[in-house]
Design a protein around this ligand. Structure first.
Ligand SMILES: [Zn+2]
Length: 361
């Protein structure tokens, strides 16, 4: 997923986010520099009901990845404010230090004291325990053994409450918050190196009994098919992820595999068309599984592959329509209409993390 870069701060500094017309989603307006100069034009505003359920105060959400930490300040009414982007530092101390630095930068930019914060939420990869605030096996972050990250960051911020959540889950929460219409039921389908979905049902995260709800990448899609690191063969993830595309279409290397593949298919390369269509079929299968198991109103496609934009949406919707053509049952589900792309230019994961920070999860 493409996160916005922070725009250079304007001379007037950061203003308190101003609510925009309901339903508006910020375009890719935020770019460059360390800290954005206020809310992107058209920043979304939550439904009144959602705002009413939120703990009072501002919150900061952080989306921590292997190369960068993206932070955003969210106003008490849920409006999305300024953002900050910092280079990642590895290890528990590095991640905690960067997180605290991002929070301080946002507070300074907005002229707010730490006491104005209801909380800080952090979304990150690895095995995250929201109850204890510990993370382990976050290989991309240089974290192996369990680290009490929430406690470390909380101590660095003089006691501001800090909560952790899985990065996919915060993306799902953020996507639900940012949709033009209130979305109490939503699946966020991440097409990244792997394939997995985050689920928001009845307005709350559905983590599952053991935290694997939405791990549909390991449903068998092709019996006896490609081997998967999970030990099975033919897992959906081997056909419907960015990693799968890179393996199936290595390309010339000067462009991301998905972009090169779709361009080749558009130019009539029969091999590329076959790979693209197989990919579209596998993504459509993922969407179908999510709709049939959860009946969510929206399946929002995110992750690196979603940067393809409308061409991706087009082939997936076409495949879903093809499947519905022979089935009155599937046709009645209106599957294609329920698939959308994650908003671009908006820090979806960081926004969701901010909601976690104020217990809206
Ligand atoms: Zn697998």
């Amino acid at each position: 997923m493409t996160w916005p870069r922070g725009a250079s701060a304007g001379p007037e500094g950061v203003a308190v986010p101003v609510p925009a017309p309901a339903g508006a989603v910020a375009p890719g307006a935020v770019s460059g520099g360390a800290v954005a100069a206020g809310p992107p034009a058209g920043a979304p505003v939550p439904a009144a009901g959602a705002a009413a359920a939120v703990a009072a105060g501002w919150s900061v959400g952080l989306d921590v990845g292997g190369t960068k930490t993206l932070g955003v300040l969210v106003a008490p009414d849920g409006a999305v404010g300024p953002s900050v982007r910092l280079a990642a530092r590895p290890g528990g101390d590095g991640v905690a230090g960067t997180a605290a630095e991002a929070v301080r930068a946002l507070l300074a930019e907005a002229g707010l004291p730490a006491g104005a914060l209801a909380g800080v939420g952090i979304g990150l990869p690895g095995i995250v325990d929201p109850a204890t605030g510990r993370v382990e096996h976050a290989v991309n972050l240089g974290i192996e053994a369990a680290v009490p990250l929430a406690a470390h960051v909380q101590a660095a911020l003089d006691g501001v409450p800090v909560r952790l959540e899985n990065d996919l889950n915060v993306a799902a929460l953020g996507a639900a918050h940012l949709l033009p219409d209130p979305a109490p039921d939503l699946a966020f389908l991440a097409l990244g190196t792997g394939l997995a979905a985050g689920l928001v049902l009845d307005g709350r995260l559905r983590r599952g009994a053991s935290g694997v709800a939405g791990e549909i990448g390991h449903l068998v899609h092709v019996p006896g098919g490609l081997p998967c690191p999970c030990g099975q063969r033919g897992c959906l993830e081997q056909y419907a992820s960015g990693g799968a595309l890179s393996a199936a279409w290595p390309g010339p290397g000067d462009r991301p595999a998905p972009v090169a593949l779709f361009a080749a298919a558009d130019s009539g390369d029969a091999g590329a068309v076959a790979v693209r269509d197989r990919f579209a079929g596998a993504v459509a299968a993922a969407v179908r599984v999510l709709l049939l198991t959860t009946d969510v109103a929206h399946v929002v496609v995110g992750g690196g592959v979603s940067e393809l934009g409308d061409p991706l949406l087009r082939v997936v919707r076409a495949r879903l329509d093809d499947e519905a053509r022979d089935s009155a049952f599937l046709a009645a589900m209106h599957m294609a209409e329920r698939v959308t792309l994650a908003p671009r230019g908006v820090p979806v994961g960081a926004v969701g993390a901010a909601l976690v920070g104020r217990k809206e999860s």
